[in-house]
Design a binder for this molecule. Structure first.
Ligand SMILES: [Zn+2]
Length: 114
């Protein structure tokens, strides 16, 4: 029966999603970007035309009450990027899980029939 097969497939997908969520490890909020800056020296190449800016400086930015920025060492940058990728992956998995349960609950609650 097609509906039963579809339910079994959805159930397996849900198990895969929840298992991956359980294994995701550290998740870091905010974003990691490479920042380029100007310094205070008016004779510096960063003030020339065209300017050669300083950097890249890997930077972690997140919103608490305001935006908080922290410049990272290369080693921190490597670690933080991994955790930040985990966070993005977790959000994707949750979005898919929400969509999954929306279908399940829609069927169970008979929303389509009203
Ligand atoms: Zn400069």
């Amino acid at each position: 029966m097609a509906a039963a097969r579809q339910r079994a497939r959805a159930q397996r997908r849900r198990e895969v999603l929840t298992e991956e969520i359980a294994r995701i490890g550290r998740v870091l909020p905010g974003s990691i970007t490479d920042r380029f800056t100007r310094c205070g020296n008016p004779a510096c190449r960063c003030r020339a035309q065209p300017p050669e800016l300083h950097g890249p400086y890997p930077t972690w930015t997140r919103k608490v009450d305001k935006t908080v920025t922290r410049t990272l060492t290369p080693k921190e940058s490597e670690r933080y990027r991994t955790w930040s990728d985990n966070n993005r992956r977790l959000r994707d998995l949750l979005t898919e899980l929400e969509a999954h349960f929306l279908h399940v609950i829609e069927d169970a609650e008979g929303w389509g029939e009203k």
